[in-house]
Design a protein. Structure first.
Length: 472
């Protein structure tokens, strides 16, 4: 991770604020004191400081970023690693390694996920420090923006530890320390994630600062906190935080499945607004098939898993036939392209969904099941099943026991959250079910495959990382 962090941040400032300050070449060549002056210029008032923070979301949607939804994002790669997606081109060994769960530390996508995540973290730290040191901001704007920066830092660390296990915990822009930072334990990183999210929850407003839900608010921080508590088996806090989001009133389960992933979705808690002129979302672009797959298609086992009558099968999956084969694909996003290079882009009608209300119901259902509030768990589960037009558990099996109820919740998460942000991959890992489920379909599965290897190049850059993950 030995990168010139100052140059990365200065370059990002150029990308977003070139007209505000100066040309990129000039800015990259100036010395440290002048760099500080330029950064202070970015945070001189509410408008420029807000632009610096929204630049974080621009970075997250960059085509090769872990958060982009593109072919090498968490959504795609974790979908391959679990039982959701199949790589259409096995000769493309970079992605095939994820499907085979036989990833080498030299894999380019592993390096891309790692470096893009740490770039976002560094940028979030830079923004937070710039906001803290600025004297030209109104208090309300400063607090909202600081909360957003802390939220993004927590969000990104969350994905790093769930993909790689112990990783460096980076909370400043001191590149001398950052480039030699040792791995912190998963518990240590989670502790910092919780600290950041609790602070972000307090700092951010409960309302949205834009017309769309494209910048996080305090309830977005609560949504991630609920997930973190679930992953750490803190059932009581998971129940409380998910309840806070569910009961807030702003968020409603969309009755029409085809509206869930639109830019106006009432279910959205946080979305990333697409920036590219010729597409709506990267997810729609890579998943929707109008010819043989260029990347991935749905595992037939997942298609066959849906219960009879489940409207999600009809609304959220599609198929393409080439005469001899049928390829199924995720159809949660309905727009593949938004235009072409030679024609004006169509209106952007879909945003990339990061957090939505349905997950909060499923978090609370699982937490309540562990707390032996079975009636409450069934009620939450049925809120999702009812939208899918499935028989309600309260009607068919109201006295189901704990173990059966937890399996019903796991199955509902599989049907509801497929090909979204690695939920299935993480669910199997956190419940210790990966080997039981995946060894049946993955010929070379090993229990150590639940973690990705750290990029080989990072050990050369930072010897303090020490040992590679077991199994690699």
């Amino acid at each position: 991770m030995k990168i010139n962090c100052k140059s990365i941040y200065i370059a990002s400032i150029c990308l977003y604020f070139g007209p505000i300050i100066m040309g990129c070449d000039e800015l990259l060549d100036i010395d440290e004191p002048n760099s500080k002056v330029s950064i202070e210029t970015v945070f001189r008032d509410d408008g420029t400081a807000t632009s610096a923070v929204t630049g974080l979301y621009t970075e997250m949607l960059y085509a090769l970023n872990f958060a982009s939804g593109n072919y090498n994002s968490v959504t795609a790669l974790a979908g391959l690693s679990s039982d959701e997606l199949i790589n259409y081109w096995p000769t493309n060994t970079t992605e095939q390694q994820f499907y085979d769960n036989n990833i080498v530390p030299q894999n380019d996508d592993i390096l891309s996920v790692w470096t893009s995540a740490y770039k976002v973290i560094y940028q979030a730290n830079s923004v937070f420090e710039g906001l803290t040191n600025s004297s030209g901001l109104t208090a309300a704007v400063r607090e909202q923006l600081q909360g957003e920066a802390l939220f993004v830092r927590a969000f990104t660390h969350f994905y790093l530890i769930n993909l790689f296990g112990a990783v460096p915990l980076i909370t400043s822009t001191d590149y001398r320390k950052n480039t030699s930072a040792p791995r912190s334990s998963v518990d240590q990183v989670y502790d910092q994630v919780i600290v950041d999210l609790l602070a972000a929850q307090t700092l951010m407003s409960g309302t949205y600062t834009t017309s769309g839900r494209v910048r996080p608010n305090s309830f977005t921080a609560m949504a991630l906190l609920a997930r973190v508590y679930l992953y750490r088996k803190d059932w009581a806090n998971a129940d409380v935080l998910a309840s806070n989001v569910i009961n807030e009133g702003t968020y409603q389960i969309e009755s029409d499945l085809n509206n869930v992933f639109t830019s106006s979705s009432t279910e959205a808690i946080w979305q990333l607004q697409p920036l590219a002129g010729d597409i709506n979302t990267w997810e729609g672009n890579i998943f929707i098939l109008d010819s043989e797959p260029a990347f991935y298609y749905l595992n037939k086992d997942l298609v066959d898993f849906f219960e009879v009558g489940d409207k999600r099968l009809e609304s959220w999956t599609g198929s393409f036939e080439n005469g001899s084969d049928t390829f199924y694909y995720p159809f949660k996003y309905k727009v593949k392209y938004g235009g072409t290079a030679s024609t004006p882009p169509m209106s952007v009608t879909e945003y990339s969904m990061v957090f939505r209300l349905a997950e909060q119901y499923l978090i609370r259902a699982e937490a309540r099941a562990h707390l032996e509030n079975y009636a409450g768990a069934i009620s939450d589960l049925d809120a999702i099943r009812g939208r899918a037009d499935l028989p309600l558990i309260a009607d068919t099996n109201p006295t189901t026991g704990k173990s059966d109820l937890l399996l019903l919740i796991e199955n509902e998460r599989r049907s509801e959250l497929f090909t979204e942000w690695g939920h299935r991959w993480f669910d199997l890992k956190r419940t210790d079910r990966s080997t039981e489920v995946l060894s049946a379909s993955k010929a070379d599965w090993q229990p150590t495959d639940v973690l990705y290897p750290l990029p080989d190049l990072e050990f050369t850059r930072n010897p303090n990382l020490k040992d590679q993950n077991e199994g690699y």
